[in-house]
Ligand binder design. Structure first.
Ligand code: DGY
Length: 320
């Protein structure tokens, strides 16, 4: 039987299928294995189920020359050195498509929460600062009819824009490497340069993937170009944002508020300055955290792993 290391407990929907076909070693702890532990456990394995917290790099691959397939339990794969895998003939797969709706739901949730000051007002209510109904209390921003800027019009950007265009009547601007005729037709969306999007959007939602060209994309310069009433949402990856610059922009009122599902690092230490800002809502990277979505991710992850173990092309490949 092939040997497989699964770097965390994943839903039975996928794990049981893998266990039926392979000799499986599952990392039992809530926290991820360290790089040394990962290297140790992967040694001699044919397959690896990795998570976004596990660095799959040349050092790991060199410690596991028998590895045929890395099945990443995520749609993002910035934790995997794909060229290093390709160079060693290791197939890499991810879980696209099945977390689109759940992630778009969280983008909208964070947008509403940040725009309507929900974190701040709910905390005030709980801690005894709800004194009466105040005409000027906790005033937020409207969404209806406003302009939404989607940075990165892929599947998740599109699903987010669809919700906000059809539900709130928002006008949609977007950036993308190529034109998106579906977005233009179905959402009356307009592809623009990033500067125009930042200048004209009331809400900016970040959906670009993390790579050397997008790291730090949102820094002081970008926040400085946004409206003072703008709300910024990030459900992609934390390192796309220069966090000290975001904190400064939120503190100075350069932008109105932010909603983040991702940070750098993760977890964000509890004493981090962003937590102290009332106009910043932070969720612990939960965009795909629904029962159905995680089951579907586990199934895609098993589909990739089982194909790779047989030497077949992966159904959801990153480098086939
Ligand atoms: C992903 O899949 O890339 C998400 O960030 C975690 O579900």
């Amino acid at each position: 039987m092939p040997r497989v290391f699964v770097a965390r407990r994943i839903p039975a929907a996928g794990l049981d299928r893998i266990a039926a076909a392979a000799d499986v070693d599952v990392w039992p702890d809530r926290l991820p294995p360290s790089p040394d532990q990962l290297r140790e456990r992967v040694r001699g394995c044919d397959g690896l189920v990795s998570l976004l917290t596990d660095r799959v790099d040349a050092a790991l691959l060199d410690a596991a020359p028998t590895l045929k397939v890395v099945s990443n339990f995520a749609v993002g794969f910035n934790n995997v050195d794909v060229p290093a895998c390709t160079a060693r003939g290791v197939r890499v797969g991810n879980t696209p498509g099945v977390l689109t709706d759940a992630t778009a739901d969280i983008a909208v949730t964070l947008m509403l929460a940040a725009a309507r000051r929900l974190g701040e007002s709910a905390t005030d209510a709980k801690e005894g600062r709800w004194l009466t109904w105040e005409p000027l209390g906790w005033l937020g921003q409207d969404l209806a009819g406003k302009t939404l800027g989607i940075v990165g019009m892929g599947r998740i950007g599109f699903a987010t824009a669809k919700r906000l265009h059809h539900g709130w009547g928002m006008k949609v601007l977007y950036t993308a490497r190529s034109a998106k005729p579906d977005a233009d037709r179905e959402l009356a969306a307009r592809r623009v340069e990033l500067d125009e999007l930042l200048r004209d959007s009331d809400y900016v939602s970040l959906h670009a993937d993390l790579n050397p060209t997008t790291k730090g994309l949102f820094g002081a310069d970008a926040f400085g170009k946004m409206k003072r009433t703008a709300v910024f949402v990030n459900t992609s990856r934390g390192p796309l944002v220069d966090q000290p610059a975001l904190a400064a922009a939120l503190r100075a009122g350069t932008i109105f508020a932010a909603g983040l599902d991702v940070t750098d690092p993760e977890p964000l230490p509890p004493d981090h300055e962003l937590y102290a800002l009332p106009n910043c809502v932070i969720a612990p990277h939960v965009a795909s955290a629904t029962v159905g979505t995680r089951d579907a991710m586990a199934n895609r992850c098993a589909d990739n792993l089982l194909a790779g173990l047989c030497g077949d092309p992966l159904p959801y490949p990153v480098n086939n």
